[in-house]
Design a protein around this ligand. Structure first.
Ligand code: BES
Ligand code: MN
Ligand code: MN
Length: 465
């Protein structure tokens, strides 16, 4: 019954639901670049306004030491369960701009092989404005059709893409307000539009910056080269030595807290379909590469990694300049899995780099933001409700998967609020998150709006039992 109420509401409002999202995507809410501060505040205001229009009793822009959190709620009956929705209104920077086929903040609809019904192209289309906005519209749908079965609270932050530095303190200061039964998040992916899945885990993150200093000034590479340490050469060597011939990470103690999966658990994971030929073709690589003894799915899901995210130093301008540089830099991040801790791994990394560097250079290691890995029990009421909801709208039971990405605040939801998070993502990994030409399928957007109300329904039902 509800299903037809839901689908007809979506059908009747299709154009408006899409246009509203496109309006939101036009505001460049880039949290990393202070130039966009007015746009950030404009976006927060727009989200608050939409939540009020959708039927929230109360909606506010709540200050933090950084960008504000948009908070809203609809309490229908304090004795009923409460779903706390988390999402983020900030987006990644759009660069490199020249690789976009259309301007990143002027959304357009295009049809592709993967999205035959069309996809919206814009920065934030999938991560996370499109997925966050599905929740606002699903809430509107439940309000308008009188089908909201429980209480709902929204916490939409503006700093996820910069590591949520101010959300922790905000949560601790607002524990009472955030009382609820489950956190619901759409900020991850499904396997494919005909293969629904739900993430049962997220990786953590330790993000480091390394500065290697050689001589006190740039030198003529002919006059001094060969006799003085070149910090770029040294840095490259240090980085290369972080992996052995099996692509295991060599930092002492790195794997100490890694939970090994049982043969049975690994067999379960292997049930998720993975077409390596299609994967290679999509990325235009001849082969995949990773830790020996693990499948690609395992390499991104249950194993930790170490990757250079950026490296610079010396002369990078036009033409050639024979210089032996004074400094070299790299940004290096490690994805972590249960039970690794970001603080401990950051320290191991720092000690290791300081120890192995030759005396001919100085090494300075600093830690950027981090986040802890999380696991979601597939036996929880929240997971079961999500699974049932997806099974109903996709006609297939979703597969539990492990995501390679990170949402650092999720571990804090558990620690500070005692709440599990349900990773109810609807995007595709191929939607070019953080890349040029990010997009979000219209199929995915509408499917999300149709599936979310069923989560509320089943979560409320399961809570009664
Ligand atoms: N939504 C992503 C995380 C994600 C994407 C999880 C796809 C699973 C599948 C989130 O916005 C993100 O980009 N997180 C960052 C971490 C942050 C500290 C910048 C990440 O994973 O790099
Ligand atoms: Mn996101
Ligand atoms: Mn992101």
């Amino acid at each position: 019954m509800e299903k037809s109420v839901i689908t007809s509401y979506v059908d009747q409002n299709k154009e408006r639901l899409l246009n509203e999202l496109m309006d939101l995507l036009r505001i460049p809410s880039i949290s990393a670049d202070s130039k966009y501060k007015p746009d950030m505040l404009k976006t927060a205001e727009a989200v608050k306004q939409r939540l009020i229009e959708a039927g929230a009793d109360k909606a506010e822009i709540s200050a933090t030491n950084g960008f504000p959190v948009v908070y809203a709620e609809k309490i229908i009956d304090p004795s009923k369960p409460t779903v706390v929705v988390y999402g983020h209104y900030d987006v990644q920077p759009a660069d490199p701009i020249n690789l976009w086929h259309s301007p990143p903040f002027e959304p357009v609809i295009k049809k592709t092989e993967e999205h035959p019904d069309g996809a919206i192209y814009a920065r934030g289309a999938c991560d996370d404005k499109g997925q966050m906005y599905m929740h606002v519209k699903a809430f509107e749908l439940m309000m308008k059709t009188n089908t909201l079965p429980c209480n709902v609270k929204f916490m939409i932050e503006g700093e996820e893409e910069v590591g949520s530095p101010n959300l922790g303190p905000w949560i601790i200061a607002n524990k009472e307000k955030l009382k609820g039964d489950v956190i619901l998040i759409s900020d991850t992916s499904i396997i494919a539009n005909d293969i629904p899945s739900i993430d049962s885990g997220l990786r953590g993150l330790a993000y480091m910056e390394v500065e290697v200093t050689g001589p006190n000034r740039d030198l003529h590479s002919g006059v001094y080269g060969g006799a003085v340490a070149n910090p770029i050469n040294i840095l490259c060597q240090l980085i290369a030595d972080c992996h052995d011939e099996n692509r295991h990470i060599t930092i002492p103690g790195f794997y100490d807290d890694v939970l090994e999966l049982s043969a049975n658990e690994r067999m379960e994971l292997a049930k998720a379909p993975f077409d390596v030929a299609a994967y290679n073709k999509d990325l235009d690589v001849a082969d995949v590469l990773g830790e020996k003894g693990y499948s690609s799915i395992e390499r991104t899901g249950i194993r930790p990694t170490l990757d250079v995210n950026g490296i610079w130093g010396g002369y990078t301008g036009e033409g050639a300049k024979t210089v032996l540089p004074s400094k070299a830099f790299a940004k290096i991040s490690m994805r972590l899995v249960p039970d690794q801790g970001s603080k401990k791994i950051s320290e191991l990394f720092q000690k290791h780099f300081e120890k192995v560097a030759p005396a001919s250079v100085k090494v300075k290691v600093t830690a950027h933001h981090g986040g802890e890995p999380v696991m979601v029990s597939i036996d929880s009421i929240g997971y079961k409700a999500a699974s049932r909801a997806m099974e109903e709208t996709y006609g297939k039971k979703p597969i539990p998967t492990r995501s390679g990405g990170s949402i650092p605040i999720v571990a804090l939801f558990k620690k500070e609020l005692g709440l599990d998070s349900i990773l109810f993502g609807f995007g595709l990994d191929s939607d070019a998150l953080h890349s040029p030409n990010e997009h979000y399928g219209l199929f995915n957007y509408y499917k999300g709006i149709e599936t979310i109300p069923l989560f509320y329904k089943y979560f409320t039902q399961l809570n009664k039992k």
